[in-house]
Write a protein that binds this ligand. Structure first.
Ligand SMILES: NC(=O)c1ccc[n+]([C@@H]2O[C@H](COP(=O)([O-])OP(=O)(O)OC[C@H]3O[C@@H](n4cnc5c(N)ncnc54)[C@H](O)[C@@H]3O)[C@@H](O)[C@H]2O)c1
Length: 434
């Protein structure tokens, strides 16, 4: 059993803390947002993740997991301190803004006791480990510690599943002692996944290079979908044919409205900026960023086009989260598409099974909010699916046809069976086929 402190109790910190406690470690999660910690201490989850609640309650009850706003309580006696604070894009430069990392490193340093590994789980630019090391040393000249890069690859919506079933664990350590402690922490996964021990700078780069590659893969299939719409091919068949090639792989070949979320947009931008910093043009990444932004605006236009004959008609939006299985709306394509539509329509009613509260904080009163699919679609001119929630796969088409003003569906996640929707009397548009 190890004592682990997790600094930052968000989409990464909380599932990681819960997972490490479940593996038998004593975990203290610290966050500076008092309300968040109070809620967690009352037994209330602060974010939605499948399977999180049960393990959270179990480990709190067993005394293996606790929450605090006090850095000293969390860090003193910890063997490993993990940094899981945000690294949002800098509003001007689009580089990763490291102010939370720097602040957290300075705040935790004075409380380190004995040998401690400071492991950065946050996604940080190459070289950040060196800076964290310097900050910790400056704030505690006596500290005995190593800074390690420990990038996180979990997918939101599958955070608990991914914690227990990682593809690989990447450890970027410059010292054997630190590397061995992390190998020990993750020993329960030995034999189940690849452990990759690399230079700290390689580890920092692996995370960005992976996310940028995935973003490019999504953009590539979106471009192919555009091509199929014009050429008469069917993207479902094309993607299947491509994915059967083991060099390409089946995953990330689902076309949609453009990628989004808290990671891909910010990480592609940060990678492009790093390229500039080191004098290497990353053209593929730069093009992907620009084209993905343009795509979301085009998708908004595509919906507006469907109400051209009734511009006052209501647009029902189904799905606000950046993907199914999460309540996270950060950089959600749905939000960007809605913002584009708002420029042309003031009659938009939105629904999401989990993300309404987060979406409200962004969209305020520019749209109206519904508590169900039916409430959103009542009297609508068109219904638009923007997030791949499983519930939307089983829409009651007969009922929708009755309550909508016009039976029209734009399915930007290709969730529905087009033939069935058309047979039910709808005008149906999807992505990548006519
Ligand atoms: N969200 C994901 O799916 C995902 C996946 C892999 C990697 N990452 C990376 O992990 C990092 C965290 O992302 P997230 O989505 O969990 O962010 P988040 O915003 O959900 O959580 C970050 C938390 O850190 C807290 N915090 C900030 N400064 C603090 C401090 N000094 N002391 C204590 N708490 C502090 C914030 O209050 C917040 O609750 C980012 O670098 C992100 O790129 C995220």
């Amino acid at each position: 059993m190890m004592k682990v402190a997790i600094v930052g109790t968000g989409y990464v910190g909380l599932p990681t803390g819960v997972g490490l406690a479940e593996l038998g470690n004593k975990v203290v999660c610290v966050d500076k947002i008092e309300d968040k910690i109070n809620r967690l201490n009352r037994g209330e989850l602060t974010l939605y993740e499948d399977g999180l609640e049960e393990l959270f309650k179990k480990n709190v009850a067993a005394g293996m997991l606790s929450f605090t706003t006090d850095m000293e309580t969390a860090v003193k006696d910890a063997d490993i301190v993990m940094l899981a604070v945000g690294t949002p894009p800098h509003p001007l430069t689009k580089e990763a803004d490291l102010k939370y990392i720097y602040a957290a490193a300075a705040e935790l340093a004075p409380f380190l006791t004995g040998y401690t590994v400071v492991a950065t789980k946050s996604t940080v630019p190459v070289g950040t480990g060196d800076e964290v090391e310097e900050i910790v040393r400056k704030n505690n000249s006596k500290a005995d510690f190593d800074v390690v890069s420990l990038p996180e690859f979990l997918r939101e919506g599958f955070a608990i599943h991914d914690f227990f079933n990682p593809d690989r664990i990447v450890i970027g350590a410059e010292s054997d002692k630190a590397r061995n402690m992390l190998l020990e922490l993750y020993r329960p996964f030995a034999g189940k996944c690849e452990f990759l021990c690399v230079k700290r700078r390689s580890s920092e780069t692996i995370k960005y290079a992976s996310n940028a590659f995935l973003a490019m893969k999504i953009h590539y299939i979106n471009e192919m979908a555009d091509f199929c719409e014009k050429s008469g091919a069917d993207i479902r068949e094309v993607a299947k044919g491509m994915g059967l090639d083991s060099r390409i792989g089946k995953k990330f070949l689902n076309p949609g409205p453009g990628y989004g979320g808290s990671c891909f947009p910010k990480d592609t931008n940060a990678m492009a900026q790093m390229g500039k910093k080191y004098g290497t043009r990353l053209n593929l990444i730069e093009t992907t960023i620009a084209e993905n932004d343009a795509r979301k605006a085009r998708m908004g236009q595509r919906v507006i086009e469907t109400i051209r004959e009734h511009p006052e008609g209501k647009i029902a939006v189904l799905g606000l989260a950046f993907k199914g299985g999460t309540d996270d709306c950060r950089e959600s394509p749905a939000i960007d598409i809605i913002k584009e539509m708002i420029r042309h329509s003031r009659n938009i009613r939105v629904y999401d099974p989990k993300a309404l509260a987060n979406a409200k904080a962004i969209l305020n009163n520019t749209v109206s909010y519904a508590e169900s699919v039916e409430e959103a679609c009542k009297d609508a001119e068109v219904a638009v699916i923007l997030t791949e929630w499983e519930d939307f796969r089983h829409l009651d088409l007969a009922r929708l046809k009755k309550i909508m003003r016009c039976p029209k569906i734009v399915d930007m996640r290709n969730m529905l069976c087009g033939e069935e929707v058309v047979a039910a009397g709808f005008d149906y548009q999807c992505i990548g086929r006519k």
